[in-house]
Every structure is written in structure tokens, then in C-alpha cells.
Design a protein around this ligand. Structure first.
Ligand SMILES: *[C@@H]1O[C@H](CO)[C@@H](O)[C@H](O)[C@H]1NC(C)=O
Length: 584
């Protein structure tokens, strides 16, 4: 028996020695910024906004220039990132207009059957944490079942917001529901009422008084309910949790990134002796914009630029901590954005609060390149080459299998995984990305397909529909604040709009059968891939059904009594870090 143990032990040692990556089992620091544009970073060509720490990450690591978010919106993109699967496979894609959660008391969210990279890492003995934005649901049945909470998805530690930052989360930034106001058909209600009154007094019809009062009361009630919703929105939806507890409701944005950075540093210090996975999911640079006082007014690009500088500072703090803990050589760091910049963001004071998509067309909520082409930097000194640039198409879904394999887990075989392990490409063992086709959804609608044929350097992209931009000549959906991907907000194209991205990365000139001899054969190949892909989809519960999107009062998390409007500030004592941040 003893000798058997010895044999096993020796075999184990030999296996480990033969596979150095497995033996090292790196830590993971995954950093995702919200709504950051690829054109906002120095290392992606910005010359006027300073991002030295992120640039350094790129200099010392690998920079992906063709890195694609799995969706142009927060919730689905993050679901795909954590699971390595197209959001449609987990039901995290809607059929209606709305593609993200707006209420913390909605019942939809990332289903428990999904396997996240955190869950796999945790099973492999990693300490796991998410700090920052979640946006993948909270409760199912009651206000504390936490069925979709990060803790149910493999994160031991959580400090952050269940929802996203929104204009409504901060006083003085207006409300996203202005648009809803615009959509309440006051005009028609008035016309209806006036005509009814005229007909009544002319004696054409007789409307009983009760009906008139009932009708007016109903409209009044609806308006009051709506205003009440806007009024309570920050308290109900903008709160900070530590673990399962609400610690600040509504959250205070002052020093929020500083506090989160502090929390991240503490997590790494606490776990420096064991493998850890940290998902730092920045609340910035989504509106309502904020920046700590030491960054305000420091950039040439208003509050938006200041916020980007603060993110960059935070990345620097994280990397310096790894260095101080002597973990830099043993940590795979990744930096990205969940999607392109939100081009429609102009503050209520008229200040530009949007990022920059560089040479790419349009932005967030579209599948033009500007909506999904995101920064992608991977850093692991000694294992990944320094200063390497890779132009092959890659996806944010690739992080899942990459992390799973490095952590010593196995990629689930009972389901379709759409990402591919990036390590061979990053290390130069292979030259080509395994993504021959990438499918681009807008909510649950297949919007576009990218094809990188295995024998060519071309990257074809066919768009089946595109958003209608208003006003003309704009490349943003100012009227609706986001581009929607259903009629009447889109235009279908048959044949699809076709581009070849390696020669036309800005998607400026659609190809035609006259300008492109391969026009029909390319579309034919794409059609075949679509039918193959569509067959691989299994029916799942839709997490964006109406029932899963609406506000359900019994799911409302609340840290105090309702009469106090669910407000509290338990985080106050630990709120401001007394931690000395390292000098740059
Ligand atoms: C740099 O980023 C800012 C903020 O998004 C943008 O306004 C500016 O145009 C960018 N500059 C360049 C040279 O890309």
C-alpha cells in the first residue's frame, strides 16, 4: 500500500513538472470597467487622456486589438464573461426592448445551473471575490433568498452593488426615466379627454360622472405611482452590500472607487498565501459619473476623463499590491470593458459624459464595432510575452476556459462553451484564434456574424439589421438614450450589410457583389454557420421575460424600515480607508 502511495506521488510530481502551468496555478485578477471606450486608453491610441498604469500593463503583457464583448450591454456581456457562453444560452437575453435589469427587486438573473469561473476556481481551492458591480440579479422568491447573489455563483466575498450605477443613483444627475416621461402619451390622453368632454357637452354621447372621475383618478394614480418610483429609485436600487448584508443604501459615490480599491487590496493581502481570484468590476465610468476629489478637474476631458484617470490609478494600486506581495509573477491579470462607450450620455448640464470608441463605428447597445470592440490586456510576467500585440479575433468569453484550465479545473462538458482557452495564442504556440465564427446578439436577436476563415487573414462581418440613428448623420440613438434592437427602431438588411474588417475596420463602406467577388460565397458560408449555431441552442427559461423584469415589492431588499425609505449607512466607520495608498 505504501509503495502505491509513493508511485502515485512520484507520478504526480512528474506530471506537475511536465506541465509547469498546472504546477504554478496562478492567481487571477480580472478587471472590468463599465462602459469604457477602447479609444479612451493611451495604449489603444488615445493621446490626450493619461492612463499610464493600464498602458504599463499592456507594455508588460499582451494587448488584444480585436477583442470582442459577447454583447453590447452590461448584463448579458457579464453573464457571458463569467460563464464562457453566449448570453442566449443561459436565458440572459431579452426579446423586448430592455436588455438589462433596472430593479434590484426583479426576479431574473444568472441561473444557478450556470457555472461561473468563480465557482470553478472556488472548487479548486481558490479564495474568490467580486468587488464592484454585479448586475446579474439578486432574489427569486423573497427579499433575502439571494438565489442570484454573487455568493450563489462561487464568490466567497462580495463588496459592491447588485445593480448598476445609474443617473438616478446620485443627486443632481437627473433620471433615466425622463425618457419614460416622454413616452407617457400625455398628448393623446389630453386629446381623448377634450374630445370626450366636447362630445358630452354637445349631447352626442352622455358620459356618466362616475366614469369621468374614475378615469381621472386612474390616470392620477398612475402618475403618482410613477413619480413615487422615480423618487424611491436611488434607495431601492442603488445600494452597497458586503457579503449578504446591505451596508449603504443608497450608496454614496464619494470615494467609492477608493473604498473598493482598498477592499481589493485587503482581499489580496489576506489571501497572499493561497491562490485567489479577484474580479474587480468597476462602478466607473458608467453615469452618473463621479471621481474622487484628487482626480476632479485633472483630465482634459471633464468628469469623464477624471473618472478614467481614477480607474487607471486603481489598476495601478492593484498591480503595485501584487508587486509588494511578490505575487506579480504568479498572477494572471486581465483588463477589459464590458462593452463600448455609451455615446448617448450627455449630462443634464450638457457636459459630455461618454467615452470614445476610437476608429470604430457607434457604441454601446449596438453591434457595430464601437459597441463590442473592447480593450483586452493580459499580463503575466514570465509566462506571457511582454509587449506582444495580437490582432486575431478573441472574445471576453475566452477568459472562462482560460481561467478554468489554469486553475486546474475542467471545462464543463455537459453544455456548450463558446469561449476558447487563450493561453496557446497568447504564448505564441498557435498563430490563429480558434474563433472562426462569432455570433453577435442584440438581446435575443441575432444581429451580426463575424467570420475569420481558417485559410485567410480576412475578417468578414455581416449585419442582419442595424439601429436607426436619429437625428440623421448621428451615430448614436439620442432619441431613446440606448439603441433598441427591435422594430421600429431598426432596419433589416437583405442581403445583410457586409464588411471586411481588416481593410475597413470602421465599417464605412458596405461591400456589394460588384465590389466584392466573394460577396455571395461569404454570405453563404455565414448562413451555414448561423443554422449550425442556431441548432446548438437549447430552450431555457428566459430571464428577461416581463415577469422577470418587473419590480416585485416582495423582493425588495431593504436595510431599514420602509418608513425610513430603506436607507442606512452601516459602512461609515470602515467607509474611508485609513489604509495608506502607496505613492505612485
Ligand atoms: C481620448 O479620450 C477622450 C475621452 O473619451 C476623447 O474625448 C478624446 O477624443 C480621445 N482622444 C483621442 C486622441 O483619441
Amino acid at each position: 500500500m505504501k509503495s502505491l502511495t509513493w508511485i502515485l506521488y512520484t507520478v504526480g510530481l512528474v506530471l506537475c513538472a511536465a506541465d509547469p502551468d498546472r504546477a504554478t496555478r496562478p492567481n487571477f485578477v480580472l478587471m472590468m470597467v463599465d462602459d469604457l471606450g477602447i479609444g479612451d486608453l493611451g495604449c489603444y491610441g488615445n493621446t490626450t487622456l493619461r492612463t499610464p498604469h493600464i498602458d504599463r500593463l499592456a507594455q508588460e503583457g499582451v494587448k488584444l486589438t480585436h477583442h470582442i464583448a459577447a454583447a453590447p450591454l452590461c448584463t448579458p456581456s457579464r453573464a457571458a464573461f463569467l460563464t464562457g457562453r453566449y448570453p442566449i444560452r443561459s436565458g440572459m437575453a431579452g426579446h423586448g426592448r430592455l436588455g438589462v435589469y433596472l430593479f434590484s427587486a426583479s426576479s431574473g438573473g444568472l441561473p444557478l445551473e450556470e457555472i461561473t469561473l468563480a465557482r470553478v476556481a472556488k472548487e479548486q481551492g481558490y479564495a474568490t471575490a467580486i468587488i464592484g458591480k454585479w448586475h446579474l440579479g439578486l432574489n427569486c422568491e423573497n427579499s433575502a433568498d439571494h438565489c442570484h447573489h454573487p455568493a450563489s455563483h462561487g464568490f466567497d466575498h462580495f463588496y459592491g452593488t447588485i445593480m448598476t450605477n445609474l443617473r438616478d443613483c446620485q443627486p443632481g444627475h437627473g433620471t433615466i426615466f425622463n425618457r419614460v416621461h416622454d413616452h407617457i402619451p400625455y398628448k393623446y390622453i389630453n386629446i381623448g379627454l377634450v374630445s370626450l368632454a366636447l362630445l358630452h357637452f354637445r349631447g352626442v354621447i352622455t358620459v356618466p360622472r362616475k366614469v369621468v372621475f374614475g378615469f381621472l383618478a386612474l390616470i392620477g394614480m398612475l402618475i403618482i405611482l410613477f413619480e413615487l418610483m422615480v423618487y424611491t429609485f436611488p434607495n431601492f436600487n442603488c445600494f452597497l452590500m458586503r457579503g449578504a448584508e446591505i451596508v449603504e443604501q443608497p450608496f454614496i459615490s464619494e470615494n467609492l472607487t477608493q473604498r473598493m480599491t482598498h477592499e481589493a487590496i485587503e482581499f489580496m493581502e489576506r489571501n497572499s498565501e493561497r491562490p485567489f481570484l479577484l474580479f474587480f468590476s468597476f462602478i466607473q465610468v458608467h453615469t452618473a459619473l463621479f471621481a474622487a476629489s484628487r482626480f476632479r478637474g485633472k483630465s482634459q476631458h471633464g468628469l469623464y476623463g477624471d473618472a478614467v484617470m481614477e480607474v487607471d490609478w486603481s489598476v495601478g494600486q492593484i498591480m503595485q499590491t501584487l508587486e509588494r506581495l511578490k505575487l506579480k509573477e504568479n498572477t494572471l491579470a486581465y483588463m477589459t470593458s464590458d462593452q463600448g462607450p455609451h455615446l448617448e450620455e450627455i449630462s443634464i448640464h450638457g457636459e459630455v459624459h461618454r467615452g470614445h470608441s476610437g476608429i470604430y463605428r457607434a457604441g454601446k447597445s449596438t453591434n457595430w464595432e464601437g459597441g463590442i470592440r473592447v480593450p483586452g490586456i493580459l499580463h503575466w510576467p514570465g509566462v506571457l510575452p511582454a509587449g506582444k500585440v495580437i490582432d486575431e479575433p478573441t472574445s471576453n468569453m475566452d477568459i472562462f476556459p482560460t481561467v478554468v484550465n489554469l486553475a486546474g479545473g475542467s471545462v464543463p462538458s455537459d453544455r456548450h462553451i463558446d469561449g476558447h482557452d487563450l493561453l496557446p495564442l497568447l504564448q505564441g504556440q498557435v498563430k490563429r484564434s480558434e474563433h472562426e465564427f462569432l455570433f453577435h446578439y442584440c438581446n435575443a436577436n441575432l444581429n451580426a456574424v463575424r467570420w475569420h476563415p481558417s485559410n485567410s487573414s480576412a475578417v468578414w462581418k455581416a449585419l442582419f439589421f442595424t439601429p436607426n440613428f436619429y437625428p440623421e448623420n448621428s451615430s448614436a440613438c439620442f432619441n431613446t438614450h440606448l439603441c433598441f434592437c427591435i422594430e421600429p427602431f431598426i432596419t433589416y438588411h437583405d442581403p445583410p450589410l457586409l464588411f471586411e474588417l481588416s481593410s475597413d475596420p470602421s465599417e464605412s463602406t458596405p461591400l456589394t457583389p460588384e465590389t466584392e467577388p466573394k460577396f455571395y460565397s461569404v454570405l453563404e458560408a455565414i448562413k451555414g454557420a448561423v443554422s449550425h449555431h442556431t441548432q446548438s441552442l437549447k430552450p431555457v427559461q428566459m430571464q428577461f421575460s416581463r415577469g422577470n423584469l418587473i419590480w416585485k415589492p416582495w423582493l425588495q431588499p431593504c436595510c431599514s424600515s420602509l418608513s425610513q425609505l430603506c436607507s442606512c449607512e452601516r459602512d461609515h466607520q470602515t467607509g474611508m480607508p485609513n489604509h495608506d495608498f502607496q505613492k505612485e
